[in-house]
Design a protein around this ligand. Sequence first.
Ligand SMILES: [Fe+2]
Ligand SMILES: [Fe+2]
Ligand SMILES: [Fe+2]
Ligand SMILES: [Fe+2]
Length: 399
Amino acid sequence: MTFNPLQERGIPLDRQLRNWRELDMAPIDPDRADSYTRCRIITMNGIEVEAVLFSHHFSRHCTDPEVRQQLAETRYIEAQQQKVVNWLLPGLASVLETTIAYEQVAVDLTAWVARMEPDPYLKQAYQFGVLEDFDHLYRYANLYEMIEHRKAEKIVDQLAEVMPGRPTKFHHRHPIDNLREPYDKDSTDPLSKLHALTIMAAEQQTMNFYMNVGPGYMEPIARQLYQEIGLIEEEHVTHYESLVDPGETWWEQLVNHEYNECYMYYSFMETESDPRIKSIWELHLNMELEHLRIAADLMRRHGGRDPQEVVAPRLPAPVTFEPNKAYLRELIATQVDYTTFGTGYVQEAHERFQRWQEAIHGGEEPPSERVIDDERAISGEEYRLQTDGPHPVPSLRRH
Ligand SMILES: [Fe+2]
Ligand SMILES: [Fe+2]
Ligand SMILES: [Fe+2]
Ligand SMILES: [Fe+2]
């Protein structure tokens, strides 16, 4: 495969605007759609939301009126893309069903990235984070059975397992321990830049989602669980965004964002099972090629660099949604008791971690523990979906 997005021609920007009829796409059927189609929609919404927010931040720091006009024009198209993509989700799905799908994305997208990441320090960051979203999936799946009387396999199919990862109560760390060491923009593999942007965007969308939907519940345990996990998503955004080299210029960041959008749409065009959705990924890829050309042009004119020095000469292998069950079991077996200390990882609970834990828990069990206890009390058993045998850690087996 030799697809070089810098050399492909896309749709001219003045032909990218869509009218109401073209924006009004039918949503997927929640009962028939491929579980991974939903995952791809959620991922691309996160990418588009980041494209819009990044462009706003850039504009707020930009003094050149012509550049601001160019950013505004492209950003409006990004906003249309976001509407088309996110509106593919069916209104029939409950907030909790969407939540479970968000955590499924965090699990299988991050696991894929961890497997493909060439840099060992960055790989460790993804391996660390994925075990936490894996546990969130389990906590929300129990809330789902408790308040909606349905099972999470309706959403994740049999593609992901639902069982404890690193227990959520141990995710609450001192904020300074959530900052990692950034990659070096000039020596890192270009693929590493794409990975970091993608996971950062996915976690940011999850953080924003819980911020807004959490108080929409009436059940106290639901409101409390969204507060608790919402705070961990803040930690995750801090963790992943700190991997990106803060020394990248605005022009470099813009090129990386547009290049990553090309990469992600290309990936999903190549792997999509639903032909109607595939044609949307293809259309958006053709729009992104033009965004990238514009960004590359801005970089040449204002940033004094050639974009070819910044990005890969061709796209890496497509990002693929597929089961990662054995990989996750291996990580759980070896890294479940990790925490962070400064920019590194340790297996012992250190003083700063203990202090934070005592302060936030206030001598009580957090919502993420109570949701499991409540579900056991109501149904006699907590909800799990273990398709590949008993839990790899004996102390986390059913009791
Ligand atoms: Fe976009
Ligand atoms: Fe999560
Ligand atoms: Fe997360
Ligand atoms: Fe774009």
